[in-house]
Design a protein around this ligand. Structure first.
Ligand SMILES: N[C@@H](CCC(=O)N[C@@H](CS)C(=O)NCC(=O)O)C(=O)O
Length: 219
């Protein structure tokens, strides 16, 4: 039995999409950020910082989306979604898989300051502008990597694409992707995948992002 602990529009989408790519049978346990349930002993036993994703699999409990992706790819190598240790492009695979969390942290800060902090006195316009610029830097790195190639690795689609794509899925709410034509084309290819569409259909009702775009404050 595989059970994914999930919140709509969150990083657990990465795990859901990867499970779909693998053709895995899994169930979804949906949680909410807003009802305190992710601070319950039951949830904290799965994810000690109270974060999603968490995954119950092979008799274990795993948290951290990057670790989950690595575990899934290494225990299910037949899916062909990662170069294994010793294979070509393994180092690049790890770089992108973990770079995805450089982006993830920027998205978390932008989300805090644009959406989660309700009292305007707690929000920082400086953080909003700075983190949007830092997100653009990251998108620029992806732009350079996918210009002239279909996916991040020359061997083809991998779990690293899934991890990094979260930077576009949520990033497009804070930064105009039109500035990055190769990223736009790459994101289009990713969204056209059957597994992406299957995961999107299961993601659940929007909890966090209700606007398509949250503009950075003007200076
Ligand atoms: N590095 C972790 C980050 C997990 C994370 O922060 N998830 C967010 C949702 S995208 C969360 O659960 N936040 C709840 C909270 O901060 O209390 C991962 O990649 O799994």
């Amino acid at each position: 039995m595989i059970r994914l602990h999930h919140v709509a529009q969150s990083r657990s989408f990465r795990t859901m999409w990867l499970l779909e790519e693998m053709g895995s049978d899994y169930e979804i346990r949906a949680w909410s950020f807003f009802d305190g349930s992710m601070r319950s002993p039951e949830f904290l036993a799965m994810s000690p910082a109270g974060r999603v994703p968490a995954l119950e699999i092979d008799g274990r409990r795993l948290f951290e989306s990057g670790a989950i992706a690595q575990y899934l790819c290494e225990t299910r190598p037949q899916a062909g979604l990662a170069p294994m240790p010793g294979e070509a492009e393994r180092a690049q695979f790890l770089e992108w898989l973990h770079f995805a969390e450089t982006i993830g942290n920027l998205l978390a800060n932008l989300t805090q300051h644009h959406i989660v902090l309700r009292d305007p006195a707690m929000r920082s316009e400086t953080v909003m502008r700075l983190e949007a610029r830092r997100l653009e830097k990251c998108l620029g790195a992806i732009e350079a990597a996918v210009a002239g190639r279909e996916y991040l690795l020359s061997r083809g689609f991998s779990a690293a694409d899934i991890a990094v794509a979260y930077g576009m899925i949520i990033g497009q709410r804070f930064v105009r992707l039109e500035k990055f034509p190769a990223v736009m084309a790459y994101f289009g290819r990713l969204r056209a995948r059957d597994a992406y569409r299957a995961a999107e259909a299961k993601d659940g009702e929007a909890q966090i992002y209700k606007q398509d775009f949250y503009p950075p404050p003007q200076t």
